[in-house]
Design a protein around this ligand. Structure first.
Ligand SMILES: Cc1cc2nc3c(=O)[nH]c(=O)nc-3n(C[C@H](O)[C@H](O)[C@H](O)COP(=O)(O)OP(=O)(O)OC[C@H]3O[C@@H](n4cnc5c(N)ncnc54)[C@H](O)[C@@H]3O)c2cc1C
Length: 527
């Protein structure tokens, strides 16, 4: 190993193994991660080598990535990964380790990132019992098709329709939906896994019930290709969108539906249902039910926060190591060349990003835990979940997604620049990390748009404080921390910072209060 790198590592004031264990979730998880990494690295098929990636044509990369998927499933089955979750490997806690060890984008990823969670969250027990085993066996491979050519951010303007077919009324199993793209602009565009890989899509479409009433956007499971021979089904037109700035293993696609008929029960029916007579009904679970359809989106956003930390960590690890071995410029006595890492300017560039990567990693974990808890309370009906709480976590996941992905995308690019010319080479790992990461400020809600939704939720809180309403519904909310500052500012009182010295400004409690006060002041300013 390079001596400079060795020397830097020797200087560590902490136990690297302890931190590694903490990041992995325990010493046993570190051990398991290392086992899985070794299995992937030494796999005799050689398919997991990423060495030639940059020399492959996009189509070949896609095909090779599919072959990686197939081999990964074989290995998971052999190792018994997923046995603890009824054979569903994507639910196993070893599965993310497998994906990280492969270190390449798999075209099947939207299947487990969005499609399976969508079925699990939004479908009723009977539907889950029917579809999840097919997902588990990779007979059903799905994508999530919401965005259309005409509309992305403005979900309410989506044009794809799911119309109840009156002629097919009758019997428990009766009824069909006609999935239709009435205009060119209503064609689904962008869903990952759709272009070539998926045989099903969870399509977000405008539900027109048996009485001809538009009930807004709902989720419909639409078969795209045959599960037997992968041939396109009648009425479905789909394909790949073409080469992108990055993330080129993935077949982001388009789809147009020409009056495609699907069974009535292909509508996700955990929280709403349409009976065989076309009657639309909201099922009552709690007053938060109307918001529950956002839960998958919130989970994906929390996952994106976690990933922002991991991607930024990869970039900062490459750049920090490079800065330790790169020597440029002389010391004052002119005898030795300095390590680039010794320059304050370089440290100011890299170290805050390194700190941010830890921060995002732990924040992502915390938000995911909160969402799991929220979903459990919603499903069990135990533990009161208020609409305020759902709106609050929606605001937290939205703001964190927007903030962390902006910092991570800009940060990865700055890491690349901080490696000078070598950062421009694909073999540094940074260009592909950057270009593949670049989708994150756009997907799951554009980063400029999401803060608007956050502001809406916070203005509601401000209004509640202003009108001296009962604030108990904010008890489980992140935004609760703003209440004392809002009360103080609105009441004309002056909140005082308790810092007495510059040292106090390193106290996390004081800093948190300062940020809370600043946020409250800005909020009052916006209103
Ligand atoms: C790599 C990638 C993968 C994707 N995967 C999927 C997927 O799996 N499934 C899926 O359904 N979709 C997917 N998408 C689509 C993605 O969710 C949308 O691109 C995103 O929601 C933004 O929508 P849009 O592209 O229509 O942009 P637009 O909504 O047209 O936004 C364009 C610009 O206008 C601004 N803007 C829009 N409205 C307003 C407003 N009200 N106020 C101020 N500014 C505004 C935005 O901030 C943005 O800068 C993917 C996209 C990419 C790039």
């Amino acid at each position: 190993m390079n001596t400079d790198l060795q020397n830097e590592r020797r200087k560590a004031s902490f136990s690297v193994e302890k931190i590694t264990n903490m990041l992995d979730g325990g010493a046993d998880r570190t051990k398991r991660r290392r086992q899985i990494e070794e299995i992937i690295e030494r796999d005799p098929s050689g398919i997991f080598s990423n060495e030639d990636n940059m020399y492959l044509h996009r189509t070949d990369r896609h095909i090779r990535a599919l072959a990686k998927h197939v081999r990964m499933v074989e290995i998971c089955r052999k190792l018994g990964i997923g046995n603890e979750c009824n054979g569903e490997i994507v639910m196993s806690k070893d599965f993310p380790l497998m994906i990280k060890a492969i270190a390449d984008d798999l075209p099947t990823s939207l299947h487990w990132v969005m499609f399976v969670p969508n079925i699990s969250s939004l479908c009723d027990e009977e539907q889950k019992a029917k579809w999840l085993p097919l997902c588990r066996d990779w007979k059903m491979i799905g994508c999530y098709a919401q965005t259309e050519i005409g509309h992305g951010s403005n979900v309410r303007a989506l044009e794809t329709t799911a119309t109840f077919l009156p002629e097919s009324k009758g019997g428990d199993e009766g009824g069909n939906w006609i999935i239709h793209s009435p205009t060119l602009t209503s064609s689904k565009a962008w869903p990952g896994t759709l272009g070539r890989t998926a045989n099903h899509a969870m399509v977000i479409a405008r539900l027109i019930d048996g009485a001809g009433v538009d009930q807004g956007m709902h989720n419909f499971l639409v078969p795209l290709r045959s599960m037997r021979d992968h041939k396109l089904l009648p009425g479905v037109k789909t394909g790949d969108l073409g080469p992108k700035i990055g993330y080129n293993n993935m077949d982001n696609g388009f789809a147009r539906f020409d009056k495609v008929k699907i069974p009535r029960r292909n509508m996700a029916m955990r929280f709403v249902s349409v009976d065989e007579n076309g009657r639309y009904r909201k099922k009552t679970v709690s007053d938060a039910t109307s918001k529950i359809s956002y839960i998958t989106m919130m989970q994906v956003r929390a996952y994106i926060v976690d990933e922002a930390g991991k991607n930024l960590a990869m970039a900062t690890a490459i750049t920090t190591r490079y800065s330790a071995v790169r020597r440029q410029g002389y010391s004052e006595d002119g005898t030795t060349e300095l390590q680039v890492l010794d320059y304050k300017q370089q440290q100011h560039r890299i170290l805050p990003l390194l700190a941010a990567s830890y921060c995002f990693f732990f924040t992502g974990k915390k938000v995911l835990e909160r969402l799991v808890n929220l979903e459990q309370r919603l499903v069990s009906g135990k533990g009161n979940v208020t609409k305020t709480e759902v709106a609050d976590i929606h605001a937290s996941t939205s703001s964190l997604k927007s903030f962390t992905t902006t910092v991570a995308a800009d940060g990865i690019e700055d890491c690349r620049k901080a490696c000078g010319g070598h950062g421009f080479l694909q073999c540094s790992g940074l260009p592909e990390l950057f270009t593949s990461y670049l989708q994150n400020p756009t997907v799951e809600g554009d980063n400029q748009m999401l803060p608007q939704q956050v502001a809406k939720v916070l203005l509601k809180l401000l209004h509640a404080v202003q009108s001296k309403s009962d604030l108990s519904s904010y008890d489980n909310c992140d935004s609760k921390v703003l209440i004392p500052s809002l009360q103080s500012i609105l009441g004309g009182g002056a909140e005082r910072c308790s810092a007495k010295s510059t040292k106090d400004l390193l106290d996390l409690n004081i800093l948190e209060k300062c940020f809370g006060h600043r946020a409250a002041r800005l909020l009052v300013g916006v209103a």
